[in-house]
Design a protein around this ligand. Structure first.
Ligand code: MIG
Length: 657
């Protein structure tokens, strides 16, 4: 059951799709003190949720802020990442979910200030709170998802392996990557284009010197089964003669400053304006621009910098420079040195800069910080609504960096600028589950790590987890060690892992689509299914569908790991599709060995998964080679369809034995 409580006069977030009549009277479970919602936690209560945040499945013991931020340094004490997902589940003495539907900045203190107190504090007093009670955690998630709408369905090709790197500069770089994958017989479905494909980082342009025949290249790649996936940034470059800029100015489609001038910030293209995607006309206009690339054969995009990220604003840059000049005149001591550092460090993503511009939400002037967390959501919505018109019966791949609850209807998301750290592999494992709760089923992290140099063992272990996530993309930052899998001594092992991925695609796609259709999670914490104390405390094992339990190895030099089995399961240790062992293990604690080149996972009791033969790309997957792998005499409910049209329905499910 869902109860809605309205406080003050909330700004519409479009997070929900169902109208629930307001419950008058006092809010259940929580007490209130001014703006703050207070909940006393019992000693054994687990707090799940919050989607994209650092730390584990149980969020207890830290504080978090929903304040979308471009922050490439995800550490244990990070307060905000790129997305806002204000949904939590309390599971223990009581069991309920709470969704704080709010567009502004809101903080969650989950046993940080006081171990047994959860407090939620929005910036102001205008929000809707939904309290969801249900039979169990999965049921509560399902109701939340029903409230917020069906998840985005990606095309099947988006389940193939993707190679990306910030630094591919021209058509030949792209060709070289494709060739290396093909020559080494490593399956691949997509190559991502980062900002360098554009002309001076201008959205909806292609650099004609670097990519002389862009649609030719798109077609050439497609022939090999490879799709190119270009990036789109939030800021529109200020440049005379650039149509997107000129149209936006003329039609008043950009965010305005306090004086009504188009607001100026600086990001990759230099000085930019932000399209006012919260305005329905501007949203429509911006979305239609994607057609420029669709017309050239593009079938997928990733939206970046849409928190929106700001490197600096002109005003702040001026005052920082003034400050620095002043300091330079002094005989600089230590305090002045720190002031100088601050003057530079406070330039990017400064919270005060988000108070300097305004949206025109269909006639109403709203200051950006009040709706900050909705920007990425609406940029992605702009694209998705336009795709519906441009190609009504074709699925376009779309995923975004910034997001908010509700955006899952329009696209997926990647997990942002992680690092090549083992701890970020664990974060990826946990975040995948947390994002599934809030409907982001199409997700994955930058495999191998985005920032800093990866190592070949980290790459391989990361592959062994990512081969289960819908988005399986190897991506890395400019200046870091190159990490295309063919660059490593262990390429053979990487290839075998990617082949296992392709054999799993019928299963992964099926589980994904069933989760889309049923408002379910594809990945769940063990504690959602098993309520014994070990399962509830397990932070590094996940259930995938009803058939698989994952227990990835995520520490360096490990030759195995400890696993808790709440029930008997089939242990699978796989070096390649035809080189593996299985063993039935009884419930209990186990140490499983897993050498670096060995993928380990579990099939649940009396279950089996479909596997097909490996393929060069998803288009070449041969469904006639499908066979069941797992417990004997079991069956599986397979969802399958053409993978590209929007004819999605439960009628596409059949039982295979
Ligand atoms: O300021 O386009 O998260 O994936 O490679 C960095 C360059 C901008 C951030 C994205 C990352 C991408 C990078 N972008």
């Amino acid at each position: 059951m869902i109860k809605k409580y309205t406080f003050g006069n909330p700004i519409e977030t479009n997070a929900t799709v169902i109208d629930i009549s307001e419950t008058k009277g006092t809010l259940e479970f929580f007490e209130r003190d001014n703006n703050t919602f207070i909940l006393r936690l019992a000693e054994n209560d687990i707090v799940y949720g919050l989607g994209q945040q650092v730390r584990g499945l149980n969020k207890r013991g830290w504080k978090y802020a929903s304040n979308n931020l471009d922050n490439p340094n995800h550490e244990e004490d990070t307060l905000s990442l790129y997305g806002t997902h204000n949904f939590i589940i309390i599971s223990g003495d009581s069991l309920f979910g709470a969704f704080f539907d709010y567009a502004g900045i809101i903080t969650f203190d989950i046993g940080y200030t006081h171990r047994n107190l959860l407090t939620v504090t929005p910036d102001d007093d205008n929000l809707d709170v939904y309290i969801i009670t249900g039979e169990n955690e999965t049921d509560i998630v399902r109701q939340f998802r029903n409230l917020t709408g069906r998840s985005y369905a990606a095309p099947k090709w988006a389940f193939g392996y993707g190679q990306s790197r910030w630094g591919y500069k021209n058509a030949d770089d792209v060709r070289a990557v494709a060739e290396s994958y093909r020559n080494n017989n490593i399956p691949i479905d997509s190559i991502y284009l980062d900002i360098d494909y554009m002309e001076r980082y201008k959205d909806f342009t292609v650099d004609n010197d670097a990519f002389p025949d862009f649609s030719g290249l798109t077609a050439e790649m497609k022939k090999q089964g490879i799709r190119l996936v270009p990036i789109i940034d939030a800021g529109v470059k200020i440049e005379d003669g650039y149509d997107v800029y000129e149209e936006g100015v003329k039609q008043n489609y950009f965010c305005k400053d306090a004086d009504g001038n188009d607001f100026v910030a600086a990001v990759w293209p230099g000085r930019v304006h932000f399209p006012d995607v919260l305005n329905s006309d501007a949203r429509k206009w911006f979305g239609e621009k994607y057609d420029f690339l669709i017309k050239q054969g593009i079938e997928g995009f990733w939206n970046d910098m849409n928190e929106p990220a700001i490197f600096y604003t002109e005003k702040r840059l001026e005052s920082s420079i003034e400050k620095i000049n002043e300091l330079a005149k002094t005989n600089m001591g230590i305090n002045e040195y720190f002031e100088l550092k601050d003057a530079v460090n406070s330039l990017a993503n400064n919270p005060d800069d988000y108070k300097l511009f305004y949206h025109n939400i269909d006639g109403k002037k709203v200051r950006h910080d009040k709706v900050h967390n909705l920007f990425g959501f609406n940029m992605t919505r702009a694209a998705s609504e336009a795709f519906d018109k441009i190609c009504p019966n074709k699925r376009i791949l779309m995923f975004s960096r910034s997001s908010c609850a509700g955006m899952h209807r329009y696209g997926g998301m990647w997990q942002g600028d992680n690092k090549s750290w083992w701890s970020h592999l664990l974060m990826n494992i946990q975040m995948t589950c947390n994002l599934n709760m809030v409907g982001f089923l199409y997700t994955g992290a930058d495999m191998g790590g985005f920032g800093c140099d990866t190592t070949e063992d980290l790459m391989l272990r990361w592959l062994q987890f990512s081969l289960f996530t819908p988005l399986m993309r190897n991506h890395s930052a400019l200046g870091t060690r190159e990490q295309e899998v063919y660059r490593f001594d262990n390429m053979e092992s990487c290839r075998k892992m990617i082949e296992i991925r392709y054999a799993l695609i019928p299963y992964l796609y099926s589980e994904y689509m069933k989760a889309v259709l049923n408002d379910d999670m594809m990945f769940r914490p063990l504690g959602f299914e098993f309520h014994d104390k070990f399962s509830r405390n397990t932070e590094d094992q996940l259930l995938l569908g009803n058939e698989i339990m994952l227990a990835p190895v995520y520490t360096q030099n490990a030759e195995g790991r400890y696993v808790w089995l709440p029930e008997e399961m089939m242990f699978v240790r796989m070096r390649s599709l035809n080189d593996y062992e299985t063993e039935i293990l009884p419930s209990g604690h186990h140490y499983i060995s897993a050498k670096l080149d060995e993928l380990v996972f579990f099939i649940r009791r009396n279950k089996a998964i479909p596997l097909c033969s490996a393929a060069r790309c998803t288009d070449e997957i041969d469904m006639s080679t499908l066979h069941l792998f797992g417990y004997e005499n079991s069956s599986y409910e397979l969802y399958d369809d053409d993978g590209i049209s929007k004819n999605i329905s439960r009628e596409n499910i059949s039982t295979i034995i």
